[in-house]
Design a protein around this ligand. Structure first.
Ligand code: ZN
Length: 404
């Protein structure tokens, strides 16, 4: 009887092993130079094996045996780094409308133009219509539409703070009281969103910036933090930055171009509270039309990035694409590189967001990590612009973009 049970158990074991092998998705990259992390020494002529979405082996060609009969991508002459994060995007362009039913080819084409051809394997959407974006994420995660891992933050605006650059007919959720903010925060997270985005300052054109009351912001933050979720904020001006600090917000979604520099008090609080910054520098080159004004605004934003980074703050790469149409990441990395080293820019795209958002299996090219990779046509530590020259984007061992 016992022997029969053992035999049955063994049989089941064999069956499941066979199934796992037949079902296994394996991808091998050979010949590239790997930076396992921004601080790591390069590994030349490397072999990376990804099985079922995870890196199962990495080493030099002499160290790693390449399995037979599986897809091998020759990466000779290329540089391989962890897949990139864009921590500030929006799925709000007309192409995403009715994304639950739209043709997959249309969605794939735009996903490629906007994100996957720039190496992005994880993105934070800081405000879109969940009726479109949640079905879009389902189709991406099913593999029907090749795309990145998507996180969503639900946005909320101060009472009377409908920014001038968002058409009046687009309904925006405004909150007047702490109770309203707490309720909206709960509703967003119950819907399946992953965080909250507050407009602690809303740009009103010729009229004064409308700021969110700190107590209102605090109520939204408390609900999110109670569920372990991050809170982002669009600060707009000094009061908006101070509200971020007072309310316990985690991430500044922009530099504040209307403030000439962060104050020593602000920098001290950024550090003690662990606040992160998404610079969105190239955004400022697209929204102002007078070139002299643009250069002044960009210089102020770059100066804030330098202050913030020198202060030891966590910098997260982000461009606000979707709101702007500058999908090419070259300008953003070049502007960041005015004050950050190549390794710091690479960290803002990989290790910094993975660590900050507690995605502990992402951000590095190491055994046991998710096989999220960007294969670049050039060494990004030799020339930071190579970060925008992507040959392959791989998410969980699946090629989601291949340069034609
Ligand atoms: Zn934005």
């Amino acid at each position: 009887m016992i022997r029969n049970l053992l035999r049955a158990a063994f049989f089941l074991f064999v069956i499941s092993e066979t199934w796992a092998t037949a079902d296994a998705q394996t991808l091998v990259l050979t010949g590239g130079t790997v930076y396992a992390s921004p601080e790591a020494a390069p590994l030349a002529d490397a072999v990376i094996i990804a099985t079922n979405g995870v890196i199962t082996a990495i080493g030099s060609r002499s160290e790693v045996q390449i399995p037979a009969d599986i897809r091998v991508i020759d990466c000779t002459g290329k540089t391989i780094v962890a897949g990139f994060w864009n921590s500030h995007v929006h799925f709000t362009e007309p192409v995403w409308r009715n994304a639950g039913a739209a043709p997959a080819v249309t969605l794939e084409a735009h996903m490629q133009e906007m994100l996957t051809r720039w190496g992005f394997t994880s993105v934070w959407d800081l405000g879109s219509d969940p009726d479109d974006s949640l079905p879009l994420r389902r189709r991406v995660n099913s593999g029907e539409v090749p795309g990145p891992n998507i996180f969503f933050a639900g946005n909320m605006f101060p009472k009377g703070g409908h920014p001038v650059y968002i058409p009046r007919e687009v309904p925006l959720p405004e909150v007047a009281t702490p109770e309203e903010a707490a309720k909206l925060s709960r509703d967003y997270l119950a819907m399946g969103l992953d965080g909250i985005k507050l407009f602690t300052g809303a740009f009103m054109g010729d009229r004064p910036v409308v700021n969110m009351e700190p107590a209102v912001a605090r109520a939204a933050v408390d609900v999110a933090h109670g569920q372990g979720k991050p809170v982002f904020a669009h600060p707009q001006n000094k009061t908006g930055v101070d509200t971020v600090i007072e309310a316990g917000v985690d991430v500044l979604a922009h530099t504040a171009s209307s403030q000439s520099g962060y104050t020593p008090e602000q920098l001290a609080r950024f550090k003690s509270q662990g606040i992160a910054l998404i610079p969105t520098l190239s955004l400022f080159t697209t929204v102002v039309l007078d070139p002299a004004v643009t250069e002044r605004v960009v210089a102020a934003a770059v100066g804030q990035l330098k202050q913030f980074s020198d202060n030891g703050g966590v910098v997260l790469f982000g461009t606000d694409i979707g709101f702007i149409k500058l999908y090419d990441t070259s300008r953003e990395v070049e502007l960041m590189h005015r004050v950050l080293g190549e390794r710091q820019v690479l960290a803002s795209l990989t290790t910094n967001p993975a660590t900050y958002f507690k995605a502990t299996n992402k951000g590095r090219v190491e055994k046991g990590f998710d096989a999220d990779l960007a294969v670049l046509d050039g060494d990004p530590l030799a020339d930071v612009r190579n970060l925008a020259k992507v040959t392959y984007t791989i998410r969980a061992g699946q090629v989601i973009y291949q340069k034609p």
